[in-house]
Design a binder for this molecule. Structure first.
Ligand SMILES: C[S@@+](CC[C@H](N)C(=O)[O-])C[C@H]1O[C@@H](n2cnc3c(N)ncnc32)[C@H](O)[C@@H]1O
Length: 246
């Protein structure tokens, strides 16, 4: 498939959400960790500010995690991969050309950069980029072989509802592949993260994000298999998590 040009025109096969309706709820039940002040409007405005400088600030320091996510997704040779929160598309060149990648993001300014990267690098594996809310995906059930979300879960106002939605569009036998920072449980780092957490609305992510969000979600779905949970460089700051849907 040819590389997409304008992210607003990169429709998904089951329709496309707009930046306006992306803030709407899903009607799903509330989850215990969803009391955090982040909301889609704040996240979108934070990433509109980050977009021009995002690559400069985050390309290098978070590269190892993107590589691990891509390496795991690349095992699904010839498969269909959904990249949720694709941002400026820093991970896109790391995917195997045999894959069919669809990237979605709430932020149009971030997606425009991903579209530019896709075009410039001739990334033919990228089949589409679209504005879409991670917890309200416009895809049919069991559509993807893998869902990847590098550095996204800690940004989402409704992480559990988003995970449920990713599970819905994942094929049986497929996997959810995540990398993100998990907050320290105690000590000075935990205190700093808690302090920073109070500013998460401005930052656009939750530095104090607890493992319990994932742990509790997994515990409530015993059919799922946690196949990997591994600390990554730099300094074990980030965690790779792989979850298989049987
Ligand atoms: C820290 S960036 C990660 C971008 C990219 N995956 C990377 O590795 O650089 C988080 C991205 O998630 C997007 N995002 C935040 N909330 C979202 C939501 N509800 N639905 C879709 N994308 C969202 C942001 O716009 C941003 O581009």
């Amino acid at each position: 498939m040819s590389a997409p040009r304008d992210p607003r025109k990169m429709g998904c096969d089951a329709g496309q959400h707009t930046a306006q309706d992306a803030g709407a709820g899903t009607g799903q039940e509330a989850h215990p960790h969803e009391t955090h002040p982040l909301d889609n409007a704040h996240v979108a405005s934070a990433y509109a500010r980050w977009a021009p400088v995002y690559d400069l600030a985050f390309a290098l320091v978070m590269r190892a995690g993107r590589r691990c996510v891509a390496a795991a997704a690349n095992r699904h040779k010839g498969g269909r991969v959904l990249d949720v929160g694709v941002g400026t598309g820093l991970e896109l060149p790391m995917f195997d050309p045999s894959l069919e990648i669809v990237g979605v993001d709430l932020s149009l300014p971030m997606l425009r950069r991903a579209a530019h990267r896709t075009r410039e690098a001739g990334l033919n594996a990228v089949a589409g980029l679209a504005v879409m809310d991670a917890c309200r995906l416009a895809f049919a059930e069991e559509r993807f072989d893998a869902i990847v979300a590098p550095y996204v879960l800690t940004v989402l106002p409704r992480p559990e509802a988003s995970l449920d939605e990713w599970l819905r569009v994942l094929k049986p036998g497929g996997e959810i592949i995540l990398v993100n920072h998990i907050g320290a449980e105690q000590g000075p780092v935990a205190k700093i993260e808690a302090w920073l957490g109070k500013r998460s609305t401005a930052l656009g992510w939750r530095p104090e994000f607890p493992w319990a969000v994932l742990g509790d979600w997994l515990a409530a779905r015993p059919e799922l298999i946690l196949t990997e949970r591994r600390a990554l460089p730099p300094f074990g700051l980030f965690t790779l998590t792989r979850i298989k849907k049987p």
